[in-house]
Design a protein around this ligand. Sequence first.
Ligand SMILES: NC(=O)c1ccc[n+]([C@@H]2O[C@H](COP(=O)([O-])OP(=O)(O)OC[C@H]3O[C@@H](n4cnc5c(N)ncnc54)[C@H](OP(=O)(O)O)[C@@H]3O)[C@@H](O)[C@H]2O)c1
Length: 330
Amino acid sequence: MSAALWRTIPQLFPGKPTFTEADIPEQHGKVIIVTGGNAGLGYHLCKILYERGAKVYMLSRSQSKAEEAITKIKTEVTKSPGDLKYIHIDLADMTTIKPAVQAFAAQETKLDILFNNAGIGAAPDGSKTKQGFELLMGTNAIAPFLLTQLLLSYLQTAAKTAPKNCVRVVWTASPIIEDSYVPAGGLTVSHLESPHLSNFNNYALSKTANWYLASELAHRVQKDGIVSVVQNPGNLKTAVWDPAPWWIRKLMSITMHPPIYGAYTNLWAGVSENVTLEDGVQGKYVVPWGQWHSTPRKDLLDALKGEGEGGTGHAGKVWAWCEEKTRVWA
Ligand SMILES: NC(=O)c1ccc[n+]([C@@H]2O[C@H](COP(=O)([O-])OP(=O)(O)OC[C@H]3O[C@@H](n4cnc5c(N)ncnc54)[C@H](OP(=O)(O)O)[C@@H]3O)[C@@H](O)[C@H]2O)c1
């Protein structure tokens, strides 16, 4: 069996979840953002966090879908000391990121946890964001980078008074990064400059970018007491694969699990006591349904390290590229 399969199979068939809503501590007093919380695993994430008392902001691109989801959650969760609110964001349109942060800032002074969850898995080849980025990279990585940058001061404020390791940014990867869709050596700036033609490669590269950005951010904000960590939520029965060809969906359905399990992986990364500042800095990677990846790809781990530390420095260069390209909307 290939090394990629050895790494992927445990993530596709991780057994029953052991960290569930029953293990989530009280979240009252916390302010949390979930991007894409109106559907899929993000919906369950919002619901569980709201149920546990958090004030949750659902950052979504569709007002009607978000309001419908919020009404459903509030109907099902009849008692919570928290709140659940919608703010508009379209990660495929950079001009919506700063207004979303401004709408948040008008209501809050701190942010305890940011779940960079929203994403797309498939799009017609050649699709682009409003500002011309390759659509998967733009939606799944470049816009979340800008959002995180703009929210940083709110995370720093929360970290000043929160218990150690409790203020976190959770990024979203995928089992696909184990595969050859991410070429040996990993994502490089050249992939950003000249995007691949294939949807799967672009998806896999966008998810690799999330690992890079998680690691780079972890180094930058460790001094502030902010944890930054990446997770693969697991293969889940959600709408994310709807645009993919039917035969791919059929094939993938064999390995798909209930969407709430993906919320458990996020919650392990976002609120469990198992995750610390040092884990993010070490580039550790969370896999379903909340555990550390035991055999991450060495070339990707090398990409997280600078050239001076024996790595390839690709993560640092991708971060710098995102910084430069998004400056105009910051
Ligand atoms: N499901 C899986 O098997 C799987 C595996 C690995 C990783 N993931 C990742 O897990 C995350 C959640 O996916 P899911 O499975 O829950 O999929 P989903 O059901 O399709 O939910 C994705 C969420 O992201 C939102 N979104 C998409 N494009 C957006 C944009 N331009 N701006 C703002 N929000 C946007 C969607 O909004 P709309 O409802 O308006 O479309 C939806 O709320 C994604 O990052 C995905 O790549 C999923």
